[in-house]
Structure formats: C-alpha cells, structure tokens
Write a protein that binds this ligand. Structure first.
Ligand SMILES: Nc1ncnc2c1ncn2[C@@H]1O[C@H](COP(=O)(O)OP(=O)(O)OP(=O)(O)O)[C@@H](O)[C@H]1O
Length: 244
C-alpha cells in the first residue's frame, strides 16, 4: 500500500509551492523577518519590493533554505522545512533555482560552461546537455557572449548568465534577488519579463527588488517588505485570496 501523502505534499500537489504562516527569522540575536504570511503558487510570479535593509535578501535566504525559520511554519515544495531532516532539506534545495544579488562564477570558464555547471553536477555529459544549454542561452538572449569567458561579460550579461544557470536544472521554484541591479530601466524590465516567462512552464518565481516600477512589466503579485514585515502591495493578491 502506498503511504498517504503528508498535508505538505498535498499542498504541493495542489500547486502551492511556498506557504509561510507566522514565520520569524533572523541572524544571531536580531529578528529580521517578522510574522511573515506569504504564498507562492506554481505558474505565479511574486515581486517583493522594499527599501534597503528591509529584509528582502533575508527573505530570499529563508526561501532557499539557507536560513531556518525561528518560529511559525514554512512549507516549501511539499516539506515543512523548519522540521525537515538535513537530507530532505538538501533535496528541496536542489529543486530551487537561485539568482544571487552578486552571482559568483568561475571567471575563467565560458558563460556556456558556467550555465551548464548544475547539469554537470547532476552527472550529465556535455553531449546530453549541450542542446538544452544552447536553448537557455537563446532564451536569456546571451547569444554569442555565451562563448566568452565570464570575466569578459557586461553586468547585464552576467545577470542573464546567472538566470540561465538558475534555470538549467529545471527548478520548481526560481528566486531572483535584485536581478536588475546596475541595469538600465529597459534592461531591467526585460530581465523581469524573462523571469516571469518561467510561469508558463509551471514554475513559481519570486523576485526581490528595491524598484517598485517593475510591478507593471508582467502579470505578478506585488508584495512590499518594510522592516521585515511583508504585505500585499495592492489589496489582497489573487494567491492570498485562494489561501485555505
Ligand atoms: N548575516 C547577517 N548577520 C546579521 N545581520 C544581517 C545579516 N545579513 C543582513 N543582516 C541585517 O538584516 C537586515 C535586512 O537585511 P537584508 O540584506 O535582508 O535587506 P535587503 O532588503 O535585502 O536590503 P538591500 O535592498 O539593501 O539589499 C539589515 O538590517 C541587515 O543589516
């Protein structure tokens, strides 16, 4: 007899990728995130905006399981991550694509090889992943720059490469921390649209930024973070209405 699903797996199967209920988190003695209520569903994009030091990066660390909730309940990709064992947490992490604020690459490698890194780590051979990586390169618009070593890329191209790398292993949840930093407004909007496209393959996307003006460049749920508290920016987003 198959074991019945846990309530957390049931939630995932109903398309709820993240559900935070009353979550507090922080560093050392400092509580940075306070009483978070948040939900992200498959095929939805969330934009979290707020001023410097509001807690956006800390929120990303919580979602990518680099920071544990101190209290409350955090269900991410079908697991109560505050209670899960190290092995389960590691398995959840592998299903999350993360675009860091300052992406770190192997500078002497080409963008193509850096993008392929997650696939190599899964044990795939170049002939198995070459077409998929080329497709990603096209998708993010890196084109010929993919064959240059990363150190030669512009800031915007590095972000495109970081996005392609985060998508390589086909994650269920994509997190992008300030992906438009240092870009022109037009480039920034293109990047957000690109990330938002991932909803079409059923992924959930969460983007953090200081820039409120990004809210109208794709269909998304806009949240504001202020002093560690998260609120829907315009009334109650569709996803929160659907919370059971
Ligand atoms: N490793 C850490 N240890 C202690 N405090 C930290 C740590 N990282 C961040 N903080 C503090 O947590 C608070 C929130 O920082 P966080 O980086 O999450 O904000 P942010 O909204 O991402 O800011 P920005 O838009 O400038 O990137 C700040 O007061 C910051 O000083």
């Amino acid at each position: 007899m198959p074991r019945p699903n846990t309530p957390e797996i049931d939630l995932f199967e109903r398309g709820v990728l993240v559900r935070l209920s009353g979550v507090n988190a922080g560093y050392g003695a400092a509580t940075v995130l306070v009483g978070l209520e948040f939900e992200s569903r498959a095929g939805e994009v969330a934009l979290v905006t707020g001023p410097a030091a509001a807690g956006k990066t800390t929120f990303m660390h919580l979602l990518r399981l680099a920071l544990e909730p101190r209290s409350g309940r955090a269900v991410i990709l079908g697991q109560d991550v505050g209670r899960a064992r190290a092995r389960t947490r590691a398995a959840v992490k592998r299903r999350i694509g993360y675009v860091a604020e300052n992406p770190v690459f192997i500078e002497q490698w080409t963008a193509f090889d850096n993008i392929a890194m997650p696939l190599r780590m899964l044990g795939k051979k170049p002939r198995e992943y070459a077409d998929d990586v080329r497709e990603l390169v096209d998708f993010v618009g890196l084109n010929d720059a993919a064959d240059l070593t990363i150190e030669k890329l512009s800031g915007a191209e590095r972000h495109r490469a970081a996005i392609a790398r985060a998508l390589a292993a086909k994650p269920d949840l994509i997190l992008a921390d300030d992906p438009t930093a240092g870009m022109s407004p037009a480039d920034g909007r293109r990047i957000v649209r690109l990330l938002a496209e991932m909803r079409r393959v059923g992924a959930g996307v969460v983007i953090a930024s200081q820039d409120d003006s990004l809210a109208d460049c794709a269909p998304l749920n806009h949240w504001r973070m202020d002093r560690g508290r998260l609120t829907p920016a315009f009334g109650v987003p569709a996803q929160a209405e659907a919370m059971e």
